[in-house]
Design a protein around this ligand. Structure first.
Ligand code: N01
Length: 538
């Protein structure tokens, strides 16, 4: 049924989002289960994250051959990635290829925002209202909105007075931005800023980077894939899939079983040196205890700080860049192409806004406590109100009219990151409480989409119409999520978006499940085998 032919507006399922999650969820529910399904997306095309994040240098940090759907060998055979790390345009092309291959676009209504969704208990249906004035009633409502889709634009006093253009990296103009001849400011040095800064520097007349928290970064060593590797990927999907499913982060490589502390300093250094040369997130897999032992972590942290100091020639800049306040990989570790080397360019400056915070913006630029920086254009690489905001923006009201914003006032209560007590038949793909952002996302997405689809298939086979978590099971799961995080160094990064710490007033709760993707997958399988343990089905 075409989205445009949707006359009755009564559906089996509505999916919000047309990124990696929404596309596969559509395929599973529409084609495999034969349900009437409608997808909604605010964008005018598929792609999700990769539709919006078109900033200069936007690229994935998962290796391309693993940043793919693995549910179809046919797809894997038909698509060939060109580089080790796929760029934004190529990923968007890939998602369009998948959508066209399965004829998915006709089931989405694009440029359409869900304004609200209310659960009608008597009818056991969700009532949806969209910004084009339409209303829909659906049995199942599935959030496929992504974890990093709600831009965090800092509330700097005077932002509206600045006379030049400013941009957030997650809402980048489709026509691109030409910075030639301009004095540009970039605020933020997370994964995004670290990717964008070298590319903007190559174009701008001058670039001033405003850094609040210094960050680790590992060279990506990106480059074209050779024919032998391309052939290997096509010929060995099972082998690659097995690794993706066996590793804690869903990446195509195993984590070493050696402790960083079991080697001599010289031996350890050699391991790090080799990993640095290989580049990318594999560096984090150098030793088994980098995220569990502070002492082990310090060895990696010190190695990287030393690298920064050796790459950056200006001692002041080197000091500001290497003065890192958290363990390595306690925040999502960026990977880069010539990031630190960019600070050796004469027209690139670095301002430590931890030392001299931004206090306002004027017509001319950014004012810190140390003075005014005149700028022609500003780029906010300031990240996202992550994980919860995209879901809260759906304006859900569950049983008894309770708003999700109230249910989540103290943090995102959930069960397995899949469902929320009191919100029957509402599912989240990679919601808070699941491994999600700690993994190579397509792996986590496929597992969730398949679990949700199996759950709905089971309900239909058994004549069941409602599923929601038992509050007790949810409370127990929240404890496990906390314990899993506490067993790692992840909560030691006090300013991390994993904790909601980047958003003023947001509850400080470690949101993703840090117990590992492989372990989490087994938990979900056990729950299913035990008759959907922890879920109430009626
Ligand atoms: O966002 P971030 P991001 N004033 O939140 C600073 C994924 N991703 O878009 O650390 C001044 O990490 C903030 O400072 P601080 C990946 O999962 C992946 O870079 O809060 N500064 C920080 O420096 C990643 O983790 C890829 O003190 C402010 C920066 O802005 C996630 O997206 C590429 C500020 C924000 O860093 C988010 O990354 C890109 C303020 N008011 C993104 N507010 C790849 O796959 C924030 N900052 C490679």
């Amino acid at each position: 049924m075409s989205a445009n032919d949707q006359t009755q507006h009564q559906l089996d399922a509505v999916i919000i989002g047309a990124g990696f999650s929404g596309l596969y969820q559509m395929l599973c529910l529409r084609d495999r289960l034969g349900l009437s399904v409608l997808g909604l997306d605010m964008a005018d095309g598929v792609g999700g994250t990769w539709y919006w994040n078109r900033y200069p240098g936007a690229r994935c940090d998962s290796e391309s051959h693993s940043y793919s759907y693995y549910f179809s060998d046919e797809l894997l055979k038909k698509w060939t990635w060109s580089e080790r790390y796929p760029g934004q345009a190529e990923i968007l092309e890939y998602l369009n290829f998948v959508a066209d291959h399965f004829d998915l676009k006709r089931s989405f209504r694009f440029k359409t925002k869900l304004l609200s969704a209310h659960y009608d208990e008597q009818a056991n249906l969700w009532e949806l209202c969209t910004d084009d004035g339409e209303r829909y009633r659906t049995r199942f409502l599935i959030s496929a909105v992504g974890n990093l889709s709600s831009a965090n634009i800092p509330a700097i006093p005077g932002l509206d007075r600045f006379k030049g253009p400013w941009y957030h990296t997650g809402q980048w103009p489709h026509e691109g931005v030409d910075f030639t001849g301009l004095s540009v400011g970039v605020v933020g040095t997370g994964s995004t800023g670290i990717q964008a800064i070298p590319v903007i520097a190559a174009q701008a007349k001058s670039l001033t980077v405003f850094q609040r928290t210094a960050n680790y970064s590992i060279p990506a060593h990106n480059g074209p894939l050779d024919d032998a590797f391309k052939a290997y990927c096509k010929d060995h999907p099972d082998e690659i899939r097995t690794i993706l499913h066996a590793t804690p982060n869903g990446h195509p490589f195993y984590i070493s079983e050696t402790s960083a502390l079991s080697l001599s300093e010289q031996e350890r250094h050699a391991v790090y040196e080799k990993a640095w040369e290989k580049g990318g997130l594999r560096f984090r897999a150098s030793f088994k205890d980098l995220l569990s032992s502070e002492e082990a972590n310090k060895t990696a942290a010190e190695f990287i700080k030393q690298k920064i100091r050796s790459m950056v020639k200006d001692p002041r800049k080197a000091q500001v860049l290497s003065d890192i306040d958290h363990p390595f990989a306690a925040k999502r570790p960026p990977i880069d192409t010539h990031y630190f080397e960019t600070y050796n360019l004469a027209h690139v400056d670095l301002i430590d806004i931890r030392e001299n915070p931004i206090d306002s913006m004027t017509e001319e630029g950014i004012r810190t406590t140390n003075g005014l920086f005149k700028l022609d254009a500003i780029v906010f690489a300031t990240g996202f109100d992550a994980m919860t905001r995209p879901i809260l923006n759906l304006n859900l009201r569950g049983r008894n009219g309770v708003a999700l914003s109230d249910a989540w006032e103290a943090g995102p209560i959930n069960y397995m990151g899949l469902q929320v007590p009191g919100f029957p038949n509402f599912f989240m793909v990679t919601g808070p409480g699941s491994p999600s952002v700690l993994t190579n996302m397509p792996v986590a997405i496929e597992q969730h989409v398949e679990w949700i689809s199996d759950c709905i298939a089971h309900m239909r086979a058994e004549g069941l119409h409602r599923v929601e978590p038992q509050p007790q099971a949810s409370a127990q799961w929240m404890q496990e999520v906390n314990q899993a995080a506490a067993a790692t160094l992840l909560p030691k990064a006090k300013h991390s978006w994993y904790l909601g710490a980047n958003i003023p007033g947001k509850p400080r709760v470690f949101m993703p499940y840090a117990g590992g993707m492989a372990h989490y997958r087994k938990r979900c399988e056990t729950i299913t085998a035990n008759g959907y343990e922890g879920f109430l089905m009626a």
